[in-house]
Design a protein around this ligand. Structure first.
Ligand code: GUN
Length: 284
Protein backbone atom coordinates (compact mmCIF):
# COMPACT_ATOMS: atom_id res chain seq x y z
CA UNK A 1 0.00 0.00 0.00
CA UNK A 2 1.31 3.41 -0.94
CA UNK A 3 1.32 6.15 1.70
CA UNK A 4 -0.83 9.13 0.68
CA UNK A 5 1.03 12.27 1.77
CA UNK A 6 -1.62 14.57 3.24
CA UNK A 7 -0.55 18.17 2.56
CA UNK A 8 -3.76 19.55 3.97
CA UNK A 9 -3.19 17.92 7.35
CA UNK A 10 0.54 18.71 7.49
CA UNK A 11 0.02 22.36 6.47
CA UNK A 12 -2.64 22.68 9.19
CA UNK A 13 -0.20 21.25 11.77
CA UNK A 14 2.41 23.80 10.71
CA UNK A 15 -0.06 26.70 10.88
CA UNK A 16 -1.17 25.58 14.35
CA UNK A 17 2.45 25.43 15.52
CA UNK A 18 3.07 28.90 14.05
CA UNK A 19 -0.06 30.28 15.71
CA UNK A 20 1.29 29.23 19.12
CA UNK A 21 4.73 30.63 18.35
CA UNK A 22 3.24 33.95 17.17
CA UNK A 23 1.34 34.25 20.45
CA UNK A 24 4.55 33.72 22.42
CA UNK A 25 6.46 36.22 20.26
CA UNK A 26 3.66 38.77 20.57
CA UNK A 27 3.71 38.32 24.36
CA UNK A 28 7.39 39.30 24.12
CA UNK A 29 6.51 42.47 22.23
CA UNK A 30 7.35 41.27 18.70
CA UNK A 31 5.08 41.91 15.74
CA UNK A 32 4.77 40.96 12.12
CA UNK A 33 2.97 42.63 9.27
CA UNK A 34 2.87 41.25 5.73
CA UNK A 35 2.27 43.67 2.86
CA UNK A 36 0.45 41.85 0.06
CA UNK A 37 0.60 43.66 -3.29
CA UNK A 38 -1.63 42.68 -6.21
CA UNK A 39 -1.64 44.48 -9.55
CA UNK A 40 -4.78 43.91 -11.64
CA UNK A 41 -7.62 41.48 -11.02
CA UNK A 42 -6.45 38.11 -12.33
CA UNK A 43 -9.00 35.75 -10.68
CA UNK A 44 -6.45 33.04 -9.78
CA UNK A 45 -4.19 35.67 -8.16
CA UNK A 46 -7.15 37.05 -6.21
CA UNK A 47 -7.85 33.55 -4.80
CA UNK A 48 -4.17 33.11 -3.81
CA UNK A 49 -3.97 36.57 -2.25
CA UNK A 50 -7.17 36.03 -0.26
CA UNK A 51 -5.85 32.70 1.02
CA UNK A 52 -2.61 34.39 2.11
CA UNK A 53 -4.56 37.09 3.98
CA UNK A 54 -6.72 34.42 5.64
CA UNK A 55 -3.63 32.45 6.73
CA UNK A 56 -2.16 35.61 8.29
CA UNK A 57 -5.38 36.19 10.23
CA UNK A 58 -5.38 32.54 11.37
CA UNK A 59 -1.85 32.55 12.79
CA UNK A 60 -2.36 36.01 14.28
CA UNK A 61 -0.26 38.36 12.17
CA UNK A 62 -1.37 41.49 10.41
CA UNK A 63 -1.67 41.68 6.63
CA UNK A 64 -1.95 44.90 4.67
CA UNK A 65 -3.44 44.67 1.18
CA UNK A 66 -2.34 46.91 -1.68
CA UNK A 67 -4.69 46.39 -4.63
CA UNK A 68 -3.41 48.35 -7.61
CA UNK A 69 -5.08 48.82 -11.01
CA UNK A 70 -3.85 46.91 -14.07
CA UNK A 71 -2.55 50.20 -15.58
CA UNK A 72 -0.09 50.76 -12.69
CA UNK A 73 3.31 51.64 -14.17
CA UNK A 74 6.55 49.88 -13.31
CA UNK A 75 7.84 53.12 -11.75
CA UNK A 76 4.77 53.39 -9.53
CA UNK A 77 5.17 49.80 -8.35
CA UNK A 78 8.90 50.31 -7.71
CA UNK A 79 8.02 53.42 -5.67
CA UNK A 80 5.50 51.47 -3.57
CA UNK A 81 7.98 48.64 -2.89
CA UNK A 82 10.66 51.19 -1.91
CA UNK A 83 8.19 52.83 0.45
CA UNK A 84 7.38 49.43 2.02
CA UNK A 85 11.12 48.67 2.32
CA UNK A 86 11.51 51.85 4.42
CA UNK A 87 8.37 51.28 6.49
CA UNK A 88 9.43 49.85 9.89
CA UNK A 89 5.89 48.60 10.55
CA UNK A 90 6.13 46.23 7.54
CA UNK A 91 8.20 43.05 8.03
CA UNK A 92 7.40 41.10 4.88
CA UNK A 93 6.62 42.15 1.29
CA UNK A 94 4.86 39.90 -1.18
CA UNK A 95 4.17 41.02 -4.73
CA UNK A 96 1.79 38.51 -6.28
CA UNK A 97 2.94 37.10 -9.64
CA UNK A 98 2.32 37.13 -12.53
CA UNK A 99 2.50 40.89 -13.01
CA UNK A 100 1.01 42.59 -16.09
CA UNK A 101 3.33 42.22 -19.11
CA UNK A 102 4.33 45.91 -19.14
CA UNK A 103 6.02 45.46 -15.74
CA UNK A 104 9.43 43.78 -15.46
CA UNK A 105 8.86 41.25 -12.65
CA UNK A 106 12.60 40.66 -12.15
CA UNK A 107 13.14 44.36 -11.48
CA UNK A 108 10.33 44.35 -8.91
CA UNK A 109 11.73 41.24 -7.18
CA UNK A 110 15.18 42.87 -7.01
CA UNK A 111 13.65 46.01 -5.51
CA UNK A 112 12.22 44.14 -2.50
CA UNK A 113 14.64 44.34 0.44
CA UNK A 114 16.22 40.89 1.01
CA UNK A 115 15.32 41.36 4.71
CA UNK A 116 11.61 41.47 3.77
CA UNK A 117 11.68 38.97 0.90
CA UNK A 118 9.25 36.40 2.37
CA UNK A 119 8.80 34.74 -1.06
CA UNK A 120 12.53 33.99 -1.16
CA UNK A 121 12.75 35.14 -4.80
CA UNK A 122 15.41 37.89 -4.45
CA UNK A 123 18.84 36.94 -5.87
CA UNK A 124 20.32 37.49 -2.38
CA UNK A 125 17.88 34.93 -0.89
CA UNK A 126 18.67 32.50 -3.72
CA UNK A 127 22.44 32.97 -3.17
CA UNK A 128 22.09 32.45 0.58
CA UNK A 129 20.23 29.19 -0.07
CA UNK A 130 22.94 27.85 -2.39
CA UNK A 131 25.81 28.64 -0.01
CA UNK A 132 23.94 27.33 3.04
CA UNK A 133 23.47 30.69 4.77
CA UNK A 134 20.34 31.50 6.75
CA UNK A 135 17.73 33.30 4.65
CA UNK A 136 14.19 33.16 3.32
CA UNK A 137 13.41 29.91 1.48
CA UNK A 138 11.25 29.68 -1.61
CA UNK A 139 7.93 28.49 -0.19
CA UNK A 140 6.90 25.57 -2.44
CA UNK A 141 10.24 23.71 -2.28
CA UNK A 142 10.51 24.39 1.48
CA UNK A 143 6.99 22.94 1.82
CA UNK A 144 8.04 19.79 -0.03
CA UNK A 145 10.95 19.25 2.38
CA UNK A 146 8.46 19.52 5.27
CA UNK A 147 6.08 17.05 3.57
CA UNK A 148 8.91 14.52 3.27
CA UNK A 149 10.27 15.03 6.80
CA UNK A 150 6.88 14.97 8.49
CA UNK A 151 5.93 11.82 6.57
CA UNK A 152 9.02 10.04 7.90
CA UNK A 153 10.78 9.98 4.52
CA UNK A 154 14.56 10.42 4.82
CA UNK A 155 16.43 12.40 2.15
CA UNK A 156 20.06 11.78 3.12
CA UNK A 157 21.87 9.59 0.61
CA UNK A 158 18.78 9.16 -1.57
CA UNK A 159 18.70 9.58 -5.35
CA UNK A 160 16.51 12.65 -5.85
CA UNK A 161 15.40 13.62 -9.35
CA UNK A 162 13.74 17.00 -9.88
CA UNK A 163 11.96 17.40 -13.22
CA UNK A 164 11.72 21.13 -13.98
CA UNK A 165 14.25 23.94 -13.59
CA UNK A 166 12.20 27.06 -12.83
CA UNK A 167 13.59 29.71 -10.49
CA UNK A 168 10.56 29.32 -8.20
CA UNK A 169 10.45 25.52 -7.86
CA UNK A 170 13.01 23.36 -9.72
CA UNK A 171 16.25 25.19 -8.90
CA UNK A 172 15.54 25.95 -5.20
CA UNK A 173 14.19 22.40 -4.82
CA UNK A 174 17.52 21.03 -6.00
CA UNK A 175 19.40 23.29 -3.55
CA UNK A 176 17.24 22.21 -0.61
CA UNK A 177 17.52 18.48 -1.38
CA UNK A 178 21.29 18.92 -1.63
CA UNK A 179 21.31 20.69 1.73
CA UNK A 180 19.52 17.63 3.16
CA UNK A 181 22.34 15.45 1.77
CA UNK A 182 20.36 13.99 -1.12
CA UNK A 183 22.09 13.09 -4.40
CA UNK A 184 20.37 15.43 -6.81
CA UNK A 185 19.70 15.37 -10.55
CA UNK A 186 17.82 18.19 -12.25
CA UNK A 187 16.07 17.00 -15.42
CA UNK A 188 14.15 19.22 -17.86
CA UNK A 189 12.56 19.43 -21.30
CA UNK A 190 15.91 18.92 -23.09
CA UNK A 191 16.98 15.94 -20.96
CA UNK A 192 17.81 12.86 -23.06
CA UNK A 193 16.13 9.62 -21.97
CA UNK A 194 13.96 11.36 -19.40
CA UNK A 195 12.25 8.07 -18.51
CA UNK A 196 15.56 6.44 -17.64
CA UNK A 197 16.73 9.44 -15.63
CA UNK A 198 13.41 9.66 -13.73
CA UNK A 199 13.57 5.94 -13.01
CA UNK A 200 16.79 6.43 -11.05
CA UNK A 201 14.87 8.36 -8.42
CA UNK A 202 14.15 7.19 -4.90
CA UNK A 203 12.42 10.58 -4.57
CA UNK A 204 10.93 12.02 -7.77
CA UNK A 205 9.79 15.66 -7.70
CA UNK A 206 7.72 16.64 -10.72
CA UNK A 207 7.30 20.30 -11.69
CA UNK A 208 7.06 20.32 -15.47
CA UNK A 209 3.69 21.97 -15.97
CA UNK A 210 2.28 19.25 -18.26
CA UNK A 211 -1.00 17.60 -17.35
CA UNK A 212 -0.71 13.89 -16.25
CA UNK A 213 2.65 13.67 -18.06
CA UNK A 214 4.33 11.24 -15.67
CA UNK A 215 3.16 7.63 -16.02
CA UNK A 216 4.48 4.45 -14.36
CA UNK A 217 7.11 4.22 -17.13
CA UNK A 218 8.95 7.09 -15.40
CA UNK A 219 8.80 5.64 -11.90
CA UNK A 220 10.98 3.08 -10.14
CA UNK A 221 9.01 0.52 -8.13
CA UNK A 222 8.67 1.83 -4.55
CA UNK A 223 9.73 5.43 -5.30
CA UNK A 224 8.32 8.49 -3.49
CA UNK A 225 6.55 10.81 -5.96
CA UNK A 226 5.85 14.49 -5.27
CA UNK A 227 3.60 16.31 -7.74
CA UNK A 228 3.88 20.10 -7.97
CA UNK A 229 1.55 20.46 -11.00
CA UNK A 230 -1.94 21.93 -10.95
CA UNK A 231 -4.24 21.60 -13.97
CA UNK A 232 -7.83 20.85 -14.93
CA UNK A 233 -8.51 17.52 -16.67
CA UNK A 234 -11.10 16.65 -19.34
CA UNK A 235 -13.81 16.47 -16.65
CA UNK A 236 -12.73 19.85 -15.25
CA UNK A 237 -11.33 18.12 -12.14
CA UNK A 238 -8.02 19.30 -10.66
CA UNK A 239 -5.07 17.10 -11.53
CA UNK A 240 -1.28 17.29 -11.47
CA UNK A 241 1.74 16.62 -13.68
CA UNK A 242 1.52 12.98 -12.56
CA UNK A 243 -1.07 10.50 -13.84
CA UNK A 244 -2.02 9.59 -10.27
CA UNK A 245 -4.13 6.44 -10.90
CA UNK A 246 -1.49 5.00 -13.18
CA UNK A 247 1.51 5.82 -10.96
CA UNK A 248 0.21 5.37 -7.40
CA UNK A 249 0.32 1.53 -7.30
CA UNK A 250 4.05 1.65 -8.06
CA UNK A 251 5.00 4.13 -5.32
CA UNK A 252 5.78 3.81 -1.61
CA UNK A 253 4.38 7.33 -1.04
CA UNK A 254 2.75 9.96 -3.26
CA UNK A 255 1.12 13.39 -2.99
CA UNK A 256 -2.42 13.87 -4.33
CA UNK A 257 -3.60 16.90 -6.35
CA UNK A 258 -5.34 18.74 -4.82
CA UNK A 259 -4.33 18.40 -1.16
CA UNK A 260 -0.64 17.58 -1.58
CA UNK A 261 1.97 20.25 -2.29
CA UNK A 262 -0.53 23.11 -2.84
CA UNK A 263 -1.50 23.85 0.78
CA UNK A 264 2.15 23.75 1.88
CA UNK A 265 3.15 26.89 -0.04
CA UNK A 266 1.07 29.20 2.14
CA UNK A 267 2.12 27.40 5.35
CA UNK A 268 5.78 28.05 4.47
CA UNK A 269 5.04 31.67 3.53
CA UNK A 270 3.64 32.02 7.05
CA UNK A 271 6.82 30.41 8.43
CA UNK A 272 8.88 33.03 6.56
CA UNK A 273 6.70 35.79 8.09
CA UNK A 274 7.20 34.35 11.58
CA UNK A 275 10.94 34.19 10.81
CA UNK A 276 10.91 38.01 10.69
CA UNK A 277 9.62 37.93 14.29
CA UNK A 278 12.23 35.36 15.39
CA UNK A 279 14.91 37.63 13.93
CA UNK A 280 13.58 40.58 15.93
CA UNK A 281 13.82 38.44 19.07
CA UNK A 282 17.39 37.36 18.32
CA UNK A 283 18.42 40.99 17.82
CA UNK A 284 16.76 42.27 21.01
N1 GUN B 1 2.13 33.37 -7.95
C1 GUN B 1 1.99 32.01 -7.89
N2 GUN B 1 2.67 31.54 -6.83
C2 GUN B 1 3.26 32.59 -6.22
C3 GUN B 1 4.09 32.73 -5.06
O1 GUN B 1 4.45 31.77 -4.38
N3 GUN B 1 4.47 34.00 -4.75
C4 GUN B 1 4.10 35.08 -5.49
N4 GUN B 1 4.54 36.27 -5.12
N5 GUN B 1 3.34 34.98 -6.57
C5 GUN B 1 2.92 33.75 -6.92
Amino acid sequence: MSQLIDGKKISQQIKDELKEEVQRLKDNGKNACLAVVQVGTDPASTVYVNNKKKACAYIGIESRAYELPEETTEEELVALVERLNMDDTVNGILVQLPLPVHIDADRIIRTISPDKDVDGFHPVSVGRLWIGEKGFLSCTPAGIIQLLKRSGIGIEGKECVVIGRSNIVGKPMAALLLRENGTVTVAHSRTKDLKEVAKRADILIVAIGKKKFITSEYVKEGAVVIDVGMHRDEKNHLCGDVDFDNVEPHTSAITPVPGGVGPMTIAMLMDNCVETMRTQEERS
